[in-house]
Design a protein around this ligand. Structure first.
Ligand code: IMP
Length: 452
């Protein structure tokens, strides 16, 4: 390999979630973006919700990479993202109205478009799964349940991509000659299934949908590029790219708690297909994890704190203190103790080189805190994660208990300033996962972060 071969060295970084999303990836991306020349999203769509607080101002981003908050950075939406043009426009307008320069934003011509009928399909499917669940209530063997999606059309847009014939990519929005036929094919395949749905007339109206799509294309045209060449040329020029994952590894379509997952590859493995940049260019992989667990939507969560007793009360307290309500849908998040079996698995799937621990401040004030280190099932203990939902539902968590800390840690500037119990908690995580905690976050603001 020659000295100049771009595979020499691994200048890029990735920020991935090691739980079920909402780990605080936006804040970590925002923190390390200054060390990079571009930030690129490679998966998911407007289902994600990345919050960043800068000087007391909260920014909630769904599609645009969090790096946009630095005016000199390129913010790239890669081809692996499914793009809702209306949401994108809303987000651009929102940033501009607050004086943020969004001119670094670039969108892949090969990103697939979330069309209005995809949202209708998402809702129809969820409603029908819910009805099936209700109809089977009492049947102990039935595992049918709605996924609890964000109803943003994510699953149907990815399904359309794999079906191919009627799929619309961002580049197609710019081509009035071929676009109507694609939309016509897509609508023809959906008409029967959607006909009785509320709002069906609108989303099945070919002329209206086509007009909407052409308008969206005109608005987006100045942003569209072949981002695979753009990103690879940056790497060749010695620039550093930060890849920002959406959702979380336990929601990954292959490696998550299937079928209660999202439609994309949320782990580092999604970077290659989702941007065209080979994953071996990524040298640093920061796995972001909360100091406890949360999950939105259905699916197993072994450490969930729920019910009318003390567990439910602890869960409610963490939810309130951590403001655990969805950035995208406003839904209350399910809350549980930290599950290290799950985190260790997610770190393995991503080849994480370091950890970022977030929301540590939320655990202040508990007499004791618990960490799940093993699962028990059929009388046997194991430290293996079981990504199959049916099997994971049957395990019982085995906990290690820690003394809590009462001090407010939200102003701590270094690990040394943390109470000894909080330090013991961090060290336990490092040992259990086998990689260092490089970043600890103790509050939403950019400044409430310590690097170690
Ligand atoms: P979808 O991505 O809208 O299809 O939803 C699939 C599942 O992933 C649901 O349980 C959602 O609640 C969950 N989900 C999707 N995106 C996120 C996220 O960014 N944070 C947390 N949960 C998510």
């Amino acid at each position: 390999m020659s000295e100049n071969h771009p595979n020499r060295g691994s200048p890029c970084s990735a920020v991935v979630g090691l739980q079920w999303g909402d780990e605080g990836k936006g804040k970590i991306v925002d923190l390390i973006a200054p060390e990079h020349d571009a930030v690129a999203r490679y998966n998911g769509g407007a289902n994600a919700g990345h919050s960043v607080v800068v000087k007391g101002q909260r920014f909630s981003l769904h599609l645009i990479p969090s790096g946009i908050l630095y005016p000199s950075k390129l913010a790239v939406i890669g081809n692996g993202v499914v793009l809702d043009p209306d949401k994108l426009q809303e987000e651009i307008d929102g940033l501009r109205s607050r004086g943020i320069d969004a001119s670094g934003l670039i969108v892949s011509s090969r990103a697939h478009v979330v069309m209005p009928y995809h949202k209708a399909e998402d809702a129809a499917r969820e409603d029908s799964l819910k009805n099936e669940r209700l109809a089977r209530e009492g049947d102990q063997t039935s595992a049918v349940s709605e996924i609890g999606t964000t109803r943003r059309g994510i699953g149907p847009a990815y399904a359309e991509k794999v079906q191919r014939a009627g799929a619309v990519r961002v580049g197609d929005l710019l081509d009035p000659a071929s676009l109507p036929e694609k939309i016509s094919i897509a609508i023809a395949t959906k008409r029967a299934a959607l006909a009785d749905q509320p709002g069906a007339a609108e989303v099945l109206d070919e002329a209206k949908v086509t007009q909407w799509a052409l308008r969206a294309g005109e608005a987006i045209r100045p942003l569209v590029q072949d981002t695979a060449y753009l990103l690879n040329n940056l790497v060749r020029a010695g620039k550093k790219i930060l890849f920002e994952s959406a959702n979380g590894t336990l929601l990954d379509v292959d490696h998550g708690t299937y079928p209660f997952v999202t439609g994309s590859s949320c782990s580092v493995g999604g970077i290659g297909p989702g941007t065209g940049v080979p994953v071996q260019r990524v040298g640093r992989v920061i796995g972001v994890m909360k100091a406890y667990s949360t999950r939105v939507g259905s699916g197993p969560m072994p450490t969930e704190l729920v019910g009318p007793g003390p567990d439910g009360q602890i869960g409610d307290r963490i939810r309130t203190r951590g403001r655990e309500f969805g950035t995208t849908t406003g839904r209350p998040r399910r809350v549980g103790w930290l599950d290290l079996v799950a985190v260790r698995y997610a770190a393995m799937i991503n080849g994480a080189t370091g950890l970022a621990l977030t929301m540590l401040d939320v655990l202040a004030g508990f007499d004791s805190v618990r960490v799940c280190t093993k699962y028990e099932s059929d009388g046997k203990q194991s430290d293996r994660f079981l990504p199959d939902s049916a099997t994971l539902s049957a395990v019982r968590p085995v906990y290690t208990e820690f003394q809590g800390f009462s001090e407010d840690v939200s102003a701590a500037k270094s690990r040394r300033e943390l109470p000894v119990q909080a330090r013991a908690y961090i060290e336990f995580i490092e040992q259990a996962v086998g990689i260092p905690v490089e970043i600890v976050s103790v509050g939403p603001d950019r400044a409430q972060t310590m690097t170690t």
